[in-house]
Ligand binder design. Structure first.
Ligand code: CS2
Length: 504
């Protein structure tokens, strides 16, 4: 996509920013998906434009060649289409210096982490990508890829790659480096550090000792909260962007206008001037993360499952339904908001108003099936703590129970229930396991008990909350017998009333 500036400026209603001058790489990014390209890459391009510096990004796609091949064919460029019902604007971040596929060149991932020129490794590998076992609350030693990585050879898991890369860096002199997680996980920096340390501790004898000492001395794991709604790219967007640009772009990324990045300013070897793109450096990342993961992501899951069960393809279509909007307002106000500490300077009312505007962005076409995908790992981040907090106050979190009932109805439908095409399009690592539990469950109550109390899908503590599990089962049965609208009416109606048996 070598597009002359004149071609860009001819695209009348489109505002574009010219790509920054190529820099030398200082960042290795694992997870070259759409989110990274519409978020960290955009902030990095702004930083390069404002202050320069050797902060170009080498992008590593985990398995697929699509983005890597297209980036190479397009001079490492692509467009971000910022889409609202009012306007579309295109920008071309231009922060990448190179890209490759990690599964094809795992040794190169290790070598890049060891390269002293690389001073930050950023990660967007999704909640699924950390090889974390909720059951043991540590590195998943039952995971075949982790076990193979521990045995040696070229590492394939993200944690294995980080650990082996840091080992190689330690052996090569131990230049300081920062590992920056940009995934929707509570305390994502500490979480990543804990898993890398556990990997190194699992190595035989003193094999991990040098790297562990290096971690103590010169490796930082700042936490960060990332936020921007980035739907999957469609063929329609590719055509539209190419027409607007007057040049072919095979990998444009659609994104909403809103964007936010809150980062703990604790880097071991410098960082780009990401504030030039609007990033906030703060000691309150944990609060930002909690606010975002519960208010935005938790409610997003509810909207996605209720929307899919209502036969709706997109989040804006779902939030346009009165009952779903009421459910979203109720979960925010009564169940998520009381569970968070609002970061200083954030106006929570304005934040919530903006959330509804963002979800209602009809031009974006964010799909219910995309948000509903991987619920087994996403919900674990979003629901157990606020649910347990409500329960400890003697209040039933009816809308969180409805979120779980919606999830079960979509991913593990009981034999006589068809959740529809949008639910069928949701992928989830736990789908087969849950489907086999559903196949022999008598009703929603039995299914909820098996999944929450026996499988501990949402952690051991929630597995002991009988009244909550009962409520999930009841709502699952309501969805199946009377439809999703009836379940919404039931949960919203009950949402502020403590159940009788919970009253002191
Ligand atoms: C969504 C997120 O897919 C999901 O689960 O809730 O991807 C959400 O769009 C982003 O976190 C917004 O920052």
């Amino acid at each position: 996509m070598s597009t002359p500036a004149s071609a860009l400026s001819r695209t009348a209603r489109i505002s574009t920013t010219a790509p920054a001058a190529p820099a030398r790489a200082g960042i290795l990014h694992l997870g070259l998906g759409s989110f990274h390209r519409a978020h960290q890459a955009v902030y990095t391009a702004a930083a390069l434009q404002a202050e320069g510096g050797d902060w170009g990004i080498v992008g590593v796609a985990s398995r697929s060649r699509t983005i890597v091949d297209a980036l190479h064919a397009q001079d490492m460029l692509y467009s971000v289409a910022t889409i609202s019902p009012e306007a579309t604007s295109l920008s071309i971040p231009g922060a990448h210096t190179d890209a490759f596929v990690g599964a094809e060149q795992p040794d190169r991932v290790v070598a890049q982490i060891a390269d002293p020129g690389i001073r930050i490794v950023t990660l967007t590998v999704t909640e699924n990508g950390y090889s974390y076992s909720a059951a043991t609350q540590r590195l998943d030693l039952d995971d075949e890829t982790v076990r193979a990585d521990l045995r040696g050879g070229a590492p394939r898991s993200t944690i294995g790659q980080l650990a082996r890369g840091l080992q190689a860096r330690a052996a090569a002199g131990g230049t300081p480096i920062s590992i920056l997680s940009c995934d929707n996980l509570a305390a994502n920096g500490k979480h990543t550090e804990k898993l890398v340390r556990e990997f190194l501790q699992e190595l035989p004898g003193s094999e991990g000792a040098e790297a562990l000492a290096f971690l103590d001395r010169a490796v930082a794991f700042p936490s960060s909260m990332v936020d921007r709604i980035v739907p999957a790219t469609t063929g329609e967007l590719r055509t539209r962007v190419s027409t607007l640009l007057g040049a072919r772009d095979d990998i444009p990324v659609p994104a909403e206008p809103f964007t936010m990045w809150a980062i703990e300013d604790a880097f071991a070897a410098g960082r780009p001037a990401w504030q030039a793109g609007g990033a906030v450096f703060t000691d309150e990342v944990a609060r930002y993360e909690q606010m975002k993961v519960r208010l935005l992501n938790g409610t997003h899951s509810l909207i996605a499952y209720l929307g899919a069960l209502s036969g709706l393809a997109t989040i804006p279509a779902a939030i346009g339904i009165h009952g779903i909007e009421r459910a979203a307002r109720a979960v925010l106000r009564h169940e998520y908001e009381p569970s968070i500490e609002v970061p200083s300077g954030v106006d929570i009312r304005a934040y919530e108003t903006e959330l509804f505007e963002r979800w209602a962005n009809t031009a974006l076409g964010h799909r219910t099936s995309q948000v509903g995908t991987d619920g087994s790992v996403k919900l674990r981040q979003r629901i157990p703590e606020p649910a347990l907090l409500s329960l400890s106050r003697g209040e039933m979190p009816h809308l969180i129970a409805l979120t779980v009932a919606g999830y079960l109805s979509c991913i593990a439908p009981l034999p006589d229930f068809d959740p529809g095409v949008h639910a069928a399009a949701m992928t989830d690592a736990a789908r087969d396991r849950l489907a086999s539990l559903a196949a022999t469950a008598r009703d929603g109550r039995e299914l909820a008990r098996r999944v929450i109390a026996e499988l501990h899908l949402f952690g051991a503590e929630l597995g002991e909350q009988d009244a909550f599990i009962e409520r999930v089962g009841e709502l699952t049965d309501t969805i199946r017998r009377h439809g999703v609208d009836a379940a919404i009416a039931d949960a919203v109606g009950a949402s502020v009333t403590p159940t009788k048996e919970m009253l002191p």
